[in-house]
Design a binder for this molecule. Structure first.
Ligand SMILES: *Cc1c(COP(=O)(O)O)cnc(C)c1O
Length: 394
């Protein structure tokens, strides 16, 4: 049976899948079973933050796997403690960390912290969480309900948990707050919703207002975190101090890991929350290696150069192909081109694959770029050469 048939027979068909069979990756290049090369501008949806086959990451994982992959959270786990320390230091916030395995789980943890905070810190219980339209917070029953996109709230999965509402804009959040509101959950750059960043001033004003009202600000940095926007956290770039931050995608360089960080370190007590796999030896060793690699390219100024170079390339494209794209959007290495139509979006993505370039979709008309943070200038040049060939043919 060929691979496509095997997948279709035995794997639940929950994805609109492409059947290119990638067998090897080096840096930001992927190779399929026929040896065809692809430049990867998607990095597994912002996961492969240090590219493929990074020696330091691979060695750290292999060495750890030979010693201990997993024990349990009933035992102290050295790389877990060290990764938490690293994350707190890089963030600059006085926070504690809980480790999970995915973005949705990290957000579940954030919501649990917020709900308990709402139970214990106010005279009358507060439990409502306000989120934004076009947001994305995950696929569990709770986080899908926290996601402000109606088409995700499919009736067949109901009943959903109560206590979530969605606002059109940051400006609308102020009026939506009532005496049962415990938290506001936002992305600083809406990723899945179309690579849409919010204004810094608007976010700073909201953060100040929430602080004054005693309401928690939860920033979902599952996609924006781990240097994706050029700083360790997008919250650092926006110069705000959230109450809770969630991370996942880029943190393990491909090894599943999620994390919730909070300055309210006393809210969760022993037994309140847990995870069998969360923060095990393998994933936290990977996370530690990833952060060491990225901290180094950040300190050297290499990351800042890459962001500028990549954005310049996108601006050139918009300048030359105004017939296909309205504008360039995003921050750091989380970028998008707003296509003139959904048809252009899907054609560009499909033709790019044929030309040997992986790009992603976001929202209804955005072509999304989430390259690895270690991508080289040569790889960027080659990727855009292929991209222009695609655009010229449309
Ligand atoms: C991807 C994503 C999630 C969900 O992460 P999973 O690991 O798929 O559960 C949540 N929030 C944001 C902002 C994301 O981009």
């Amino acid at each position: 049976m060929n691979l496509e048939a095997l997948d279709k027979q035995y794997v639940l068909q929950t994805y609109a899948r492409d059947y290119t069979n990638f067998v090897k990756g080096v840096g930001s290049k992927l190779y399929d079973e026929n040896g065809k090369e692809y430049i990867d501008f998607g990095s597994g949806i912002a996961v492969n933050s240090v590219g493929y086959g990074n020696e330091k990451l691979v060695n750290a994982i292999c060495e750890q796997a030979r010693n201990i992959i997993h024990i349990s959270n009933l035992q102290v786990i050295e790389p877990q403690a060290k990764l938490a320390e690293k994350m707190v230091k890089l963030s600059g916030y006085d926070m504690g960390v809980f480790f999970a395995n995915s973005g949705a789980e990290a957000n579940e943890g954030a919501i649990k912290i917020a709900r308990k905070y709402g139970e214990t810190k106010f005279e009358k219980k507060r439990y409502k969480v306000i989120t934004l339209e076009h947001s994305f917070h995950g696929r569990t029953i709770t986080t899908v309900k926290a996601t402000g996109q109606e088409h995700f709230h499919v009736p067949c999965f109901s009943p959903y948990p109560e206590g979530f509402s969605y606002e059109k804009s940051i400006a609308d959040v102020y009026n939506a707050i009532d005496d049962e509101t415990v938290a506001v959950l936002i992305e600083l750059v809406q990723g899945e919703g179309g690579v849409q960043p919010f204004e810094k001033a608007e976010i700073q004003q909201l953060a100040a207002h929430l602080k004054k009202e005693g309401i928690l600000l939860i920033v979902d940095e599952v996609q924006t975190g781990v240097y994706r926007t050029g700083e360790f956290l997008a919250s650092n770039l926006y110069e705000i101090e959230p109450d809770i931050v969630t991370l996942a995608k880029g943190l393990g360089g491909g090894v599943p890991i999620g994390a919730v960080m909070t300055k309210h370190k006393d809210v969760l007590k022993a037994g309140d929350h847990g995870s069998t796999f969360g923060g095990n030896y393998l994933s936290t060793t990977a996370g530690l290696a990833v952060l060491e690699i990225l901290e180094e390219i950040y300190d050297k100024g290499q990351l800042a150069e890459t962001l500028i170079y990549f954005e310049q390339k996108l601006q050139d494209v918009v300048g030359r192909y105004g017939v296909l794209f309205e504008k360039e959007v995003g921050l750091g290495l989380m970028r998008g081109l707003r296509a003139k139509s959904a048809e252009v979006q899907s054609q560009v993505i499909k033709q790019s694959m044929k030309e040997g370039l992986v790009v992603l979709k976001a929202g209804r008309n955005t072509v999304r770029f989430l390259p690895s943070l270690t991508i080289t200038k040569d790889e960027i040049d080659e990727g855009f050469k292929r991209f222009e060939k695609v655009l010229a043919s449309l």
